[in-house]
Design a protein around this ligand. Structure first.
Ligand code: SF4
Ligand code: F3S
Length: 104
């Protein structure tokens, strides 16, 4: 599976949702997540993200992100149409530790 990671938080560009063939992106207030059981591993979303926030779970240290994506995909509504990025997306693009800041 692919997962959405820290740099989506507070940016949420949403370019990713338009290309997903199985519509498995889910939207929260500050970030999106991918449903790990629905993702077919096609990889087409990865290069679409301007914040480089989408990673394959084969990269080291992704276990926590798989769980994060799974947990919120079950709670949030699906998103299939691109919308405006969050107003301060550029400011927060590249900031570290956003998950701790927004999800604790
Ligand atoms: Fe959708 Fe493919 Fe990205 Fe998985 S890898 S979220 S199926 S576009
Ligand atoms: Fe987030 Fe990147 Fe999609 S910032 S909303 S994962 S395009």
């Amino acid at each position: 599976t692919y997962v959405v990671t820290d740099n989506c938080i507070a940016c949420k560009y949403t370019d990713c949702v338009e290309v997903c063939p199985v519509d498995c992106f889910y939207e929260g207030e500050n970030t999106l997540v991918i449903h790990p059981d629905e993702c077919i591993d096609c990889g087409v979303c990865e290069p679409e993200c301007p914040a480089d926030a989408i990673r394959p779970d084969t990269e080291p240290g992704m276990e926590d992100w798989v769980e994060f994506n799974r947990q919120y995909a079950q709670l949030w509504p699906v998103i299939t149409i691109k919308k405006e990025a969050l107003p301060e997306a550029k400011k927060y693009d590249g900031e570290t530790g956003k998950r701790e800041k927004y999800f604790s």
